[in-house]
Design a protein around this ligand. Structure first.
Ligand SMILES: [Zn+2]
Length: 225
């Protein structure tokens, strides 16, 4: 996020939430960033140079999942729910990354289901395996694709689903945005960029752009929609 476009995006949301004249000085806008615990793109100030006045709380989860399943019931994951109450974020950012080995593992388990061993990590991967199934059923990921392309598409699909889930679960006034950290040059030729793939679960590029600063500073992209 070296060009700081996340800041311009969030500033736009802040203005909209408070009204154009209600500028609060000396206050910090709290942003909750969810990224993958296995990622090299886990929240890092050098990768995410947000305005220093912005109060960023980072949480990492396996495959940037935002939910927990308990006895067949899905709810906001414990750590995230706690932070969402504690720091009252003005926005939530979910970040995925194209080289995600967690998503790749879930895809492998979908293609060639391994014998269940009942381990904790398996329980955390199961929701992602069923998400892979949904993506294939929806025709968004074709199992005949090269593994790498399938993974890239699933990473975006996962982000969209996590954002849709949080949008439904959190206060409606809190925008939830989804980014993909393109480590592989999957979206454009140059790796290392971040692309906005959804705002509040909306995936239509034109509809997403209506929510953004009009200067085109926020790159919107999709491999799926
Ligand atoms: Zn990952």
């Amino acid at each position: 996020m070296s060009d700081g476009h996340l800041d311009s995006l969030l500033a736009g949301f802040d203005r909209r939430a408070r009204g154009p004249t209600a500028v609060r000085s000396g206050t910090t806008e709290s942003v909750l960033v969810v990224s993958c615990s296995m990622a090299r793109c886990a929240y890092d100030a050098s990768l995410w140079p947000l305005d220093p006045s912005r109060d960023v709380t980072a949480v990492t989860t396996l495959g940037n999942q935002t939910w927990d399943d308990h006895d067949g019931e899905r709810g906001v994951s414990g750590s995230l729910a706690h932070l969402a109450t504690e720091c009252e974020p003005t926005a939530v950012v979910v970040v995925g990354h194209t080289a995600c080995t967690v998503v790749a593992d879930a895809y492998e388990r979908y293609v060639a289901p391994a014998e269940a061993t009942g381990t904790g990590i398996e329980a955390r991967l199961d929701p992602l395996v069923s998400l892979v199934e949904d993506a294939v059923d929806a025709g968004l990921v074709d199992p005949s694709l090269p593994l790498r392309s399938a993974r890239h598409r699933l990473v975006e699909y996962n982000i969209v689903r996590q954002v849709q889930f949080l949008t439904a679960e959190l206060r409606p006034s809190v925008p939830v945005v989804g980014y993909v950290h393109d480590q592989d040059g999957a979206y454009r030729s140059f790796p290392g960029k971040h692309y906005l793939v959804t705002v509040d679960g909306e995936t239509d590029g034109d509809a997403v752009r209506t929510r953004l600063p009009s200067d085109g500073s926020v790159p919107v992209a999709s491999l799926l929609y």
